[in-house]
Write a protein that binds this ligand. Structure first.
Ligand code: URA
Length: 230
């Protein structure tokens, strides 16, 4: 890889600022000052900028506690995006594995590994997602049966896959589903003649939102969490 590309990828410097850094003698390769932006470097070379060694970016995986008001998009002209909450270089290579609505809170997975995120989102993988839901009114007694049998959502041709429901006090429920259609949970409760007033995603597959993350905070996934998505 070209030296200037490597530096741009591992820092947040534009190519123009990388060239300036090279001209200003801020870059060393294997202990030698280098000004040649096109120098070919390999993984065993050590590149330093202002004395700090730059590490090649491997695949990256994060969990974020999404607050209300942020959109699950990489760019948006009207609202802040969940990527705005990340303090990471080269954010343009990251994407979201399973979106949440602007008013939904909770677990969002962010990565630059397309195969991994496909395993989270591809319908045939049936990756389970658990939501903590606050409803407008008490849920009807036959909701479990209807969720098990499948609901026909507006403008869909097939029934929803069987979903599991845990009833909690005060019109709250925990719903686990294995698909992720547009506004799926809100539409499911609408089909049960109810209305979602608060929605929070707790879990995706075996990855549970870390209790220690306040809304807006994030952390890298552990190896075990990454490998749990197969
Ligand atoms: N289902 C919804 O309706 N909204 C979300 O944000 C996630 C699932």
């Amino acid at each position: 890889m070209r030296l200037d590309k490597f530096i741009a990828q591992t820092t947040d410097l534009s190519r123009a600022l990388v060239k300036l850094a090279l001209r200003n003698k801020r870059v060393m390769v294997n202990g030698e000052q280098i000004k040649d932006a096109g120098l070919h470097i390999s993984p065993c070379d050590t590149v330093q900028l202002d004395g700090a060694t730059l590490k090649p970016l491997g695949p990256r995986y994060f969990m974020l506690h999404k607050p209300v008001g942020y959109v699950s998009a990489t760019v948006d002209s009207d609202h802040p995006t969940v990527l705005d909450l990340l303090d990471e270089p080269n954010k343009q290579t990251l994407h979201i594995a399973g979106r949440l609505d602007i008013d939904t809170t909770g677990l969002v997975l962010i990565t630059d590994d397309g195969q991994w995120s496909h395993r989270v989102t591809a319908p045939r993988r049936e990756c389970l997602k658990t939501y903590y839901v606050t409803l407008a009114t008490a849920l009807a007694g036959d909701a479990e049966d209807k969720l098990q049998a499948g609901l026909l959502l507006s403008s869909e041709k097939s029934l929803t896959r069987p979903a599991t429901l845990e009833r909690l006090p005060a019109n709250q429920v925990r719903l686990t589903i294995s698909e992720g259609k547009y506004h799926q949970v809100k539409r499911m409760f609408a089909a049960l003649d109810n209305r979602v007033i608060q929605l929070h995603r707790e879990r995706i597959g075996d990855i549970t939102l870390d209790d220690s993350l306040a809304a807006g905070e994030y952390r890298p996934l552990t190896e075990a969490e990454i490998n749990s998505i197969r």
